[in-house]
Design a protein around this ligand. Structure first.
Ligand code: HEC
Ligand code: HEC
Length: 344
């Protein structure tokens, strides 16, 4: 389960060695930043968390077409809902609801995660049922609790729109095809990487990029063992773990077990996978309340308390929780679609 992490670590160690040699040659400072990738400094290249990197290569024309489809309510049966209705790009890529509202006002059964940085995840959805973003796109389109539509229906609607066809044909030849629409949306999703977070700049050697509080918070995050599950560039997204490793989260939650609570079991039908979920990324977690797959927890304080208790079998002091939050705030990077929260 640590394969992804190991692989990335190897890559970064390799890069750091190269970078270090370059520095010796040029006597330059050991911080190398370009538009897409911050390289960890020699001292921090072995950390369990590493800087985010953009997906490469990407096709800008497909991204543009995919972006317009992401905001297009014609993807839903009654033209009322677009992907952006549940994934607010300005606000962190989720909808800040416990459960989302789909076509006709129906309520979903699981919390909507962010769409930022998902190309880094080992699979898509809480239970990992889509192997990649191409497979993921048809999920919400066809889900009766979300867009309740189908590709033939969407193609029929879009075919009547001359200006859409013109835009489509500047990217693809011939008639509208579901495969191309899906590829474009996935291309847009792959472009949603939040780069240059203060924490990533810190990892790249800028010691002043984050506060002393945040540095303490990071030390606490590691010392409690959060990085056993929340690790790598996305600080999550690279393994499945049970919710309630050390204590029974569901018994103490007090509401009946739902099908969504079964998590990865719904995909594998293996008892071992019951209550197991893809570990969520913590990159934008300060923006995406409420928390957990069941959206049952409203504040980050409470989510962290529950994590310590159910995943690590420990209690965490209120002061330590605040320091961890100071650290989590430094994980938010930039993207042109995202409005950054005001800094305190
Ligand atoms: C009605 C609300 C709703 C709409 C509309 C919607 N989504 Fe989602 N999205 C969700 C929910 C809820 C989940 C979690 C489902 C699950 O894990 O079973 C999700 C999950 C995802 C994920 C997986 C993220 C991860 O980390 O696993 C991606 C990516 C995504 N949606 C993109 C899209 C795209 C693209 C569209 C439009 C084609 C779209 N969504 C439309 C609510 C919505
Ligand atoms: C054993 C693995 C594991 C450990 C250790 C762990 N987590 Fe988690 N974390 C998870 C899983 C799995 C979820 C999703 C649970 C769910 O949705 O039911 C999660 C969810 C979260 C969430 C909510 C994210 C969201 O978008 O809903 C936060 C915040 C969080 N963890 C922080 C922490 C902190 C802080 C620590 C250390 C005190 C920690 N975690 C330790 C596995 C772990």
């Amino acid at each position: 389960m640590h394969l992804v992490y190991q692989h990335q670590r190897g890559k970064y160690i390799g890069l750091s060695v190269l970078l270090f040699s370059l520095c010796l040659l040029t006597f330059a400072t050991p911080v190398l930043a370009n538009h897409t990738r911050l390289i960890p400094s020699e001292a921090l290249s072995d950390e369990p968390i590493q800087p985010l990197h953009s997906h490469e290569p990407l096709d800008p024309e497909k991204i543009q077409l995919g972006r317009s489809l992401f905001f297009d309510p014609r993807l839903s049966r009654d033209n009322s809902i677009s992907c952006a209705s549940c994934h607010h790009l300005k606000k962190g890529g989720s909808d800040n609801q416990r459960f989302s509202t789909g076509v006709g006002g129906v309520t979903g059964k699981i919390n909507a995660p962010t769409v930022y940085n998902t190309h880094l995840n080992l699979a898509q959805f809480w239970d990992g049922r889509a192997h990649n973003l191409i497979e993921q796109v048809s999920g919400p389109v066809e889900n009766p609790l979300e867009m309740a539509s189908s590709w033939p229906e969407i193609i029929q609607k879009l075919s009547q729109d001359k200006s859409f066809i013109k835009r489509y044909q500047s990217v693809y030849n011939g008639k509208l095809k579901a495969k191309n629409l899906i590829t474009s949306i996935a291309e847009f999703e792959k472009s949603l990487t939040t780069l240059n977070a203060p924490f990533d700049r810190f990892l790249a050697g800028d010691n002043n990029a984050i506060s002393e509080q945040a540095k303490k918070g990071y030390a606490i995050f590691k010392s409690y063992g959060c990085t056993a599950c929340h690790q790598g560039a996305n600080i999550g997204g690279n393994m499945y773990q049970k919710m309630g490793v050390m204590a029974d989260y569901f018994a103490e939650r007090g509401s009946a077990i739902t099908e969504s609570d079964l998590g990865r079991y719904n995909v594998t039908k293996d008892n071992y996978d019951k209550y197991t979920f893809k570990v969520p990324s913590l990159r934008l977690v300060v923006l995406t309340a409420p928390y957990f797959h069941d959206g049952s927890v409203e504040t980050l304080e409470s989510a962290i308390n529950k994590m310590a208790r159910y995943q690590l079998g420990r209690e965490i002091s209120a002061a330590d929780v605040q320091l961890v939050i100071a650290f989590l705030k430094t994980l938010v990077g930039k993207h042109k679609e995202l409005t950054l929260p005001a800094t305190e």
